[in-house]
Write a protein of this length. Structure first.
Lengths: 640, 274
């Protein structure tokens, strides 16, 4: 296998072996924090694990074309298992570990996975509960044995045992592994990513090795990375963004992937590693922003005063730069001081000290968010793409970052607009189809073009601008066009607003339903000595309404008069993927929301109404449901 | 978690009634002045058991725990641990024998980090040397690393990685309780005494704590005696229930039998005593 160079490897396992030949034990492939210490695995060590797991799976009957479902947080062991399955000509099916039982069952069942690998007892228990309804699943493998000492199921075994079987298998089948890896072809299925979609059942997006590798290659042309780069693997493994960056990009560029200790320690781990490149969807950036605002509020008076003085200056400078306008000398001088006093320390606090490029994608990011991070000196850029094209299709280039755009197409990616303004993509990274769903495949992939369902346009510099989903672009009853998502993103820039739903299709004006950010609001309420019993109580508090009202009024000032939010309500509950109101990647499912909150929406257009009674069904994590009845206030926005 | 915390052997297998109990409390009596806190109470705790001690307020539950951990000394009776009489030992010596405990009111060092708090659980296992410790050199360094590794395994086990460096006093109550359990576990005890581990917790926190107690028992084979008021928890996790009332033992047996015991029902429902 030593003949393979990273440059011409056509599958991920071959790429791994090529990196072993190149780096051996000299570079770290993957690192994980465990027992308080970062534990490193070199390329050779990683490959050894992949081989043992792979041979173990082979001895347990895993064959070419088989699928293995993968459930858990980002762990080296799970990445190794994915590669092991790929080396044998099979495909991993990563599953969102926080999805409810019905969704998890659908994905495992639909993908016909013969094996399931779970991170720990929590996931194993979920599978055990639905095992009777998963006829195809023959084996359940777990990594962390804690709490399962007394589990005696014939189909349950530890990853350690799988590796032992692999060692034994290796002794009896010399050359088997190399031969299996060698059989892999670029067109082979590498992974099935189920996208929750904003409507209907999840669809299994089939991605080939060739698609992943060619897309990674295009990406690296714009964002060169090498063996000294560090990336953090903390996004859900079931999201294409993680497979793309933590596997394809990392393997091609031979950079080090870091797995956090626990979901709750990600920010600390981030700071310890100081990644040089990172990719995250807007909700993560929003989250970091609100956390840093809370931290600023909690800081001592001097720090707070300095931050409040310098941050707006930094954001103004960032804005001018983004608009390509000259920065006055005075502002530049002040920002130089600000960098020393505020921006650098804050950036360090957030773990962005070494960051060279930070990328956002998956949904639109508010322009103000962009200014905030760029003011700190974080090179934040927009990426646009879809699961169906391995994540990226366009990306901002350094020095050509523009607020409202998602950048120009990557090398080798063609983008065109349909007569309806829909964004169409053609490139080497396109998916091979939806698993067992030829109708949807035919509808999405027409004559080699991926129909994204996004409405967009090109600006004079050739940058793509995404307006909204084609089907969501709406008209007020006087015919004025408005893009709900655009307004929502503006509203969500407020640290107090977690989610926003803009409505107004065939109505006289735009109105909004708001989800407050509980973490920030709780802090706010505490400082004001405001007593509340829980989310609903705080959401419906008149003081909260006044606060949100002022935030919306401020947002309205940046919107054209016809786009301004005239009335709003704060929802009594958080929009939740378990209630099918948003997807796991936090995209609004407008159909469901319009149906479920119909009473609130009609009250928003009944100018006499000041509150409305809602009855809601709540679905708990275990699938039980219950009925609740709440009062929700409606408020006019002044000056709109 | 692949390595066991303790070498105390496996677990869950409750020794038969004829085997020597891990701990034998033999007809002890404790008086505080005129108050008879415990009168002639005998309890055997076998290896690998989870024993719940229940009873109304003032029944003598905490006194019993305090006697076992050497905090009080009984006026009469004996305490035999691992076959040897331990009646007159001090708490320090009891801890050295492998009996660790948590307290009804959280007793952590509030200004110290969670990590340092748990590290104190290792104190009895440390062999100090003034000069080497001061220089942090040779054996001192090796020892520190070993203890830290043991503490990290406990942190991983109880899933408190995110608060490792947080001062204990800043944590919510439920987490403080978990840190206390961590400190007790760090001592690698043979017998773990838990005084109301779930007091003041909400349902979810109680479920978490119950799971951790069962996991500790499963994973390390630690024998556990706990005081608890929440009867559903007691019924769920204990192998045996000992009921105290007015300093006397009124029942001792499997939860499903004790629950139906007339004397127990009287004690809880409040029947006039003569």
């Amino acid at each position: 296998m030593s003949a393979i160079q990273p440059e011409n490897a056509d599958t991920l396992p071959k790429l791994l072996l090529a990196q072993v030949a190149r780096w051996g034990d000299r570079r770290v492939a993957i690192r994980e924090k465990e027992f308080g210490i970062w534990q490193s695995h070199s390329w050779r060590d990683s490959a050894r694990h992949v081989e043992r797991i792979g041979l173990g799976l082979a001895s347990l009957g895993f064959r070419r074309g088989d699928k293995i479902a993968v459930i858990g947080d980002n762990r080296p062991q799970l990445y190794w298992t994915m590669l092991a399955a790929q080396a044998l000509g099979g495909a991993p099916v990563p599953v969102y570990q926080d999805s409810i039982a019905a969704e998890m069952h659908y994905v495992i069942d639909h993908s016909e996975s013969r094996m399931v690998i779970c991170e720990d007892q929590e996931q194993v228990d979920k599978i055990l509960e639905m095992k009777d309804k998963l006829p195809a699943v023959e084996l359940v493998i777990y990594d962390d044995p804690k709490g399962m000492r007394h589990y005696a199921y014939p189909f349950l075994l530890s990853l350690e045992r799988v590796q032992d079987l692999g060692l034994r298998f290796a002794a009896e089948h010399a050359g088997f592994w190399e031969a299996e890896v060698g059989k892999g072809r670029a067109g082979d299925l590498a992974i099935i990513n189920y996208t929750s979609g904003t409507t209907g059942f999840p669809k299994g997006v089939m991605i080939s090795h060739g698609a992943l590798i060619s897309t990674a290659r295009s990406f690296l042309e714009i964002e060169p990375l090498d063996e000294r780069d560090e990336i953090m693997a903390y996004l859900p493994m079931a999201w294409i963004g993680d497979s793309f960056f933590s596997m394809a990009v990392a393997f091609l560029a031979s950079c080090t992937v870091n797995c956090p200790e626990d979901a709750s320690t990600v920010r600390q781990d981030f700071r310890e590693i100081g990644p040089t490149m990172t990719f995250a969807p807007p909700r993560i950036w929003e989250n970091i922003l609100s956390q840093s605002q809370v931290r600023i509020e909690d800081a001592d008076r001097l720090q707070r005063a300095l931050t409040k003085f310098f941050l707006p200056l930094g954001m103004r400078k960032a804005k001018l730069e983004l608009e390509g306008q000259p920065v006055p000398a005075r502002l530049r001088a002040l920002c130089a001081i600000g960098r020393w006093l505020v921006f650098e320390p804050l950036r360090d606090q957030l773990g962005f000290r070494r960051i060279r490029s930070a990328i956002t994608g998956g949904a639109a990011l508010g322009p103000e968010m962009m200014q905030f991070f760029r003011a700190l000196g974080v090179n934040l850029k927009q990426l646009y793409g879809a699961t169906e094209c391995c994540a990226p299709a366009t990306l901002h280039r350094d020095g050509q970052v523009k607020l409202e755009t998602v950048g120009a197409p990557l090398p080798g990616v063609e983008i065109t607009l349909s007569p309806q303004g829909e964004v169409l993509i053609r490139c080497g990274g396109l998916f091979s189809g939806y698993y067992k769903n030829p109708e949807q495949t035919a509808a999405t992939l027409q004559a080699g073009w991926l129909h994204t369902g996004d409405a967009g346009l090109f600006d004079p510099d050739g940058h793509l601008v995404i307006i909204d989903r084609v089907k969501d672009v709406a008209k007020l009853d006087d015919g004025t066009v408005f893009a709900p998502q655009y307004i929502e993103n503006k509203l969500k820039f407020s640290v107090y607003v977690k989610e926003a739903v803009a409505v107004g299709n065939e109505r006289p004006y735009v109105a909004a339903m708001i989800n407050i950010d509980m973490e920030v609001l709780a802090n706010w309420a505490e400082r004001r000595g405001l007593a509340y019993t829980g989310y609903t109580d705080l959401a419906q508090n008149p003081a909260t309404y006044r606060l949100i009202h002022d935030e919306i009024r401020r947002t309205n000032e940046t919107l054209a008069p016809s786009q301004r939010v005239k009335r709003f309500a704060i929802l009594h509950k958080e929009l939740d993927p378990d209630d099918a109101e948003i997807t796991r990647t936090r995209k609004l499912r407008r159909g469901f929301i319009n149906e479920r909150y119909a009473s609130i929406i009609s009250a928003l257009y009944d100018r006499a109404a000041t509150s409305v009674t809602v009855r809601a069904t709540v679905t708990y994590e275990d699938g039980r449901t219950s009925e609740t009845e709440r009062q929700v206030r409606i408020m006019d926005v002044e000056g709109a | 978690m692949s390595r066991p915390l303790t070498e105390s052997g496996r677990a869950g297998v409750v020794a038969g009634p004829h085997a020597e109990p891990l701990l034998r409390v033999e007809s002890i009596t404790v008086r505080f002045g005129a108050v008879q806190a415990l009168s002639d109470v005998s309890v055997d705790i076998h290896r690998g058991e989870i024993v719940a001690i229940i009873g109304p307020n003032g029944a003598g539950k905490t006194t019993l725990l305090n006697v076992i951990s050497g905090f009080y000394h009984p006026q009469q009776g004996h305490i035999v641990f691992q076959g040897r009489d331990r009646t007159q030992l001090k708490p320090f010596d009891v801890a050295a024998l492998g009996i660790a405990r948590t307290f009804q009111n959280v007793a952590l060092f509030k200004g110290m980090s969670v990590l340092d708090n748990i590290m104190t659980g290792r104190l009895l296992k440390m062999r100090g040397h003034f000069l080497l410790d001061a220089l942090y050199w040779g054996p001192a360094r090796r020892q520190e690393l070993e203890h830290r590794a043991a503490v990290e395994r406990v942190i991983d086990f109880l899933e408190i990685q995110a608060i490792r460096k947080t001062p204990a006093g800043r944590l919510p109550y439920g987490l403080q309780k978990r840190v206390e359990l961590a400190r007790a576990l760090a001592a690698e005890p043979h017998l773990l005494l838990l005084d109301e581990p779930m007091a003041g917790m909400n349902v979810e926190e109680k479920e978490d704590m119950s799971r951790f107690i069962l996991d500790v028992h499963d994973e390390f084979g630690t024998t556990i005696a706990l005081i608890e008021h929440d009867m559903s928890v007691v019924m769920d996790i204990s192998d045996r229930v000992v009921v105290l009332d007015y300093g006397r033992k009124i029942a001792d047996g499997p939860p499903e039998i004790v629950r139906k015991d007339q004397a127990v029902m009287d004690a809880y429902l409040g029947v006039a005593h003569d």
